[in-house]
Write a protein that binds this ligand. Sequence first.
Ligand code: C5J
Length: 223
Amino acid sequence: MHIDEANPFPYEFDVSRTALVLIDMQRDFIEPGGFGETLGNDVSLLEAIVPATKAVLHAWRQAGGLVVHTREAHKADLSDCPPAKRNRGNPTLRIGDEGPMGRILVAGEPGNQIVEALAPVDGEIVIDKPGKGAFYATGLHELLQARGITHLLFGGVTTEVCVQTSMREANDRGYDCLLLEDCTESYFPAFKAATLDMVRAQGGIVGWTAPGTALLSALKSLR
Ligand code: C5J
């Protein structure tokens, strides 16, 4: 199977060896009252990608592809949140503090759940990650290796932070990665645009980018 519209050149993949990885589509980033808003961001920008991401998730599930969801989530005792991380950001509402949707970025809290429209279903992998990258301190690489996965399709938020970090980690581990352009977003449109450029520059130094609609068209050919 291939996506001809991919940049910098067509992307070849086999559904059985590919995972869709949705990074941190959780209430803390996407809904008012969460971590993203505490940092002064307009979260409505991120909410806008939910319909396109839902369409891709639905089609990928129908094709029988593996789905991985991640959440940026810390343990309740914050033993996995170094002061270097906690002490930056909003000084009056830090990671672990009580916010309108429960404790900020703490596993199990209402704000830490994936938004309802994209909620995981049985059989999908859900990774709680203490870092920005999905591979740091999670065991994700081993889970993917055990399933024979060689290709990763990325969506999620935010493009230049957790998505880009995860994609670079994956690239270094040998995965062929493609970022779905309309299934990722940043609070800073210029940062998103720059990240897409960085990924596909220099012959695809980090990987490929393509619109989610191009993946949907490729999957239609399976039916
Ligand atoms: C951030 C993320 N931006 N999921 N996290 O702190 O990108």
